[in-house]
Design a protein around this ligand. Structure first.
Ligand SMILES: [Zn+2]
Length: 180
């Protein structure tokens, strides 16, 4: 496995809408290796999610995992692969919380997200699955799926005045928030 280079904002791939993954591509060893490399890269940089455009692959693919120890979820979220995901809000309620992003290094911002969503996607074997997520899990899903449309959390912020450097965030706001 390999640690992949992360694309930062300013690189066009971060802003390009990603291409759907074909069933044929999904079954190739190269695609399976890409998923394993993305997993390794997410762990390396202490992220809770990573979308393919963030590692210079313009594909509708993302991975996520929230550690059991993360207090923003009850019991964490197991490693998940999202291929060609579709996210549907379940109700109008939104929640504001802090987000970071490996493609926007060293910054945190307050972002509104739908409190509950339905996710429909394919897993790494190409099997369709549907789940309903809430709170931080729903937030990570929305953050990663935004990347597939060329959006980053900055685009979703209602007020850029909450934008905070990581050091100042740790000094003045909170501890233990990871990048997505
Ligand atoms: Zn991100």
């Amino acid at each position: 496995m390999a640690i992949l280079k992360v694309a930062r904002i300013g690189h066009p791939v971060v802003r390009r809408p990603a291409q759907p993954v074909s069933p044929e591509a999904l079954r190739t060893p190269a695609f399976q290796r890409l998923i394993d490399d993305m997993r390794q890269t997410m762990y390396e940089y202490d992220g809770v999610g990573l979308a393919a455009p963030q590692i210079h692959e313009s594909l509708r693919l993302a991975v996520l995992q929230v550690p059991v120890s993360d207090e923003r979820t009850k019991g964490g979220v197991p490693f998940s692969v999202l291929v060609n995901p579709v996210v549907t809000p379940l109700g109008p309620e939104t929640l504001d919380a802090w987000e970071g992003c490996l493609s926007v290094p060293d910054l945190r911002g307050l972002v509104p997200r739908f409190a509950r969503v339905r996710l429909e996607a394919l897993d790494r074997e190409g099997q369709p699955y549907t789940l309903e997520a809430e709170g931080f899990h729903a937030r990570v899903i929305q953050h990663e799926c935004d990347h597939l449309d060329g959006s980053v959390y900055l685009d979703r912020m209602r007020d850029l005045r909450s934008l905070t450097f990581l050091k100042e965030f740790e000094d003045h706001v909170a501890h233990g928030h990871e990048d997505e």
